[in-house]
Design a binder for this molecule. Structure first.
Ligand SMILES: [Zn+2]
Length: 105
């Protein structure tokens, strides 16, 4: 699958360790395997997002989980589930970006 280099916008394979145009490393140093474990163990606690350095959305996810548990609102439960399923899928496909916009592949 082709992804856009965040530095020069050149289209490169997401399996390439670095951009062939500008030479910048495009892969995150974070482990995708750990990301999968984190979302399965503590997805609702935003563990995978905190690990990826995405502190704002990680805390937002914790807050949303807390509000969802307290309120038991079906709309919130569905929304949170969709967010976590979406996160899970992009992690599995290696498209999740860390705080430096590098793909965790
Ligand atoms: Zn580049």
């Amino acid at each position: 699958m082709l992804v856009e280099c965040f530095e020069c916008n050149h289209m490169i394979s997401n399996k390439a360790p670095r951009c062939e145009n500008c030479g910048i490393s495009i892969k995150s140093s974070k482990s995708r395997c750990l990301m999968v474990i984190f979302i399965l163990v503590g997805g609702g606690l935003g563990l995978h997002r905190l690990y990826a350095g995405l502190f704002f959305s990680g805390l937002l996810q914790i807050g949303l989980t807390f509000i969802t548990i307290v309120s038991s609102e079906p709309v919130l439960i569905i929304g949170l589930a969709c967010w976590l399923i979406f996160d899970f899928l992009i992690i599995v496909f290696g498209l999740f970006k860390d705080s430096n916009s590098k793909a965790i592949a």
